[in-house]
Write a protein that binds this ligand. Structure first.
Ligand SMILES: *Cc1c(COP(=O)(O)O)cnc(C)c1O
Length: 359
């Protein structure tokens, strides 16, 4: 009997990629696969994104894992490289790099390479994380065009800080700043993450960079994937491993944090923070057993969680399947109950969890 299992719906993944193309029909797609494809399994997810034009990852090792898995599409490193010794690895593996800082440009200029590398010049338009200042743009762009170590086509990128909030004027300011800066430069432009794709069509550009929405989850505040015609890809499940009666006023679990004021029944389910379930999920966070929702009680432990199923519940038994999140229990809702965002829940899935890929 498998306990903690991430069931991955590959048809939903394909549907979501088609949705990306529906939102941004004139843009190429670099599918963002960092952090183990947001916890969905890097190589298998990549193998089922045939219609993507490229992949994007955060770290060189993630790109190498894709190559080791036999994937041949271009791979963009969203943080670029970190020192000169990385450059031959980039070249040998057909990795494209972001250039976001002087140290990278200087290393690239100094390197002795057999062939040029495809570069994406990243401009900070207001996120203030990575990227060169707009005032530095001309100097960086012309140095990249001059060095024989960079391909002549220097692609241009920026990143939004507030695109999940449709009432925030920041995104339009970022798009305008970027457009004015790169105006008339005939190179590929890339601005939008998932939220940009869904909410800011004027920021679609030549390439888009969807991450979260590929997995069927909403990047927009206060909404779920289905409201954007996305289909959740992951169902996180486990099994009931005990059903017990507890009397009124008996403290349950570590720290005795919870008591029932009347006699009740608890289902103990094999899922905990050792599987990536959030320890801070508050009392009452829903799970589904059978077709019904029940709330968790007490502390989330490493391996187990107690669920209050009520004194009158007689049908739930050991071995019953439990959904922790999935199409009928949005991970967005669980994230709210745990004071976090769905991104974190998905990529926190630990290696102990089994993966079941469903076509
Ligand atoms: C992670 C990331 C993305 C994807 O963001 P989502 O919100 O998951 O779509 C896009 N661009 C950059 C630079 C990123 O770091």
């Amino acid at each position: 009997m498998r306990l903690a299992t991430a069931e991955i719906n590959l048809a939903a993944l394909a549907h979501n990629l088609a949705q990306v193309k529906g939102f941004a029909p004139n843009s190429k797609v670099m599918a963002v696969l960092k952090a183990n494809a947001y916890g969905h399994g890097l190589v298998t997810i990549a193998q089922h994104l045939n219609n993507a034009d490229a992949f994007a990852v955060a770290r060189i090792d993630e790109g190498l894992a894709l190559r080791a898995g036999g994937l041949t599409k271009p791979i963009v490193l969203l943080e670029g490289f970190f020192n000169k010794a990385d450059l031959p690895i980039l070249l040998a593996n057909n990795f494209q790099t972001i250039i976001h800082d002087e140290y990278q440009l200087a290393a690239l200029e100094k390197a002795k390479l057999d062939a040029p590398i495809t570069c994406w010049l990243k401009v900070n338009t207001g996120m203030h994380r990575l990227g060169i200042a707009p005032e530095q743009f001309e100097a960086f762009y012309s140095r990249l065009q001059k060095t024989p170590n960079a391909k002549n086509t220097v692609n241009l990128m920026t990143h939004f800080s507030c695109a999940d909030d449709i009432d925030n004027a920041k995104t339009v300011q970022q798009i305008t700043l970027f457009d004015n800066l790169v105006n008339g430069i005939d190179q590929a432009h890339c601005l939008s993450n998932s939220a940009g794709i869904i909410a800011w069509p004027s920021g679609h550009g030549d390439w888009v960079r969807p991450g979260l929405m590929l997995y069927g989850v909403s990047p927009m505040a206060n909404s779920i994937g289905q409201q954007h015609k996305l289909k959740p890809v992951m169902r996180l499940t486990t099994r009931v491993i005990a059903v017990r009666d507890v009397p009124a006023n008996e403290a349950v679990g570590y720290g005795g944090r919870w008591k029932s004021d009347k006699p009740t029944k608890l289902a103990v389910v094999a899922m905990g923070y050792g599987d990536g379930y959030p320890r801070h999920a508050k009392e009452g966070t829903p799970v589904i057993i059978g077709k019904q929702r029940y709330g968790i009680v007490g502390s989330v432990a490493m391996d187990m969680i107690s669920v209050d199923i009520g004194a009158n519940e007689h049908n739930i038994k050991v071995g019953d399947r439990v959904t922790m999140w999935g199409p009928d229990l949005p991970v967005e809702e669980i994230a709210l109950c745990a004071g976090t965002i769905p991104y974190e829940l998905l990529c926190n899935i630990t290696p102990r969890v089994s993966y079941e890929y469903q076509r």
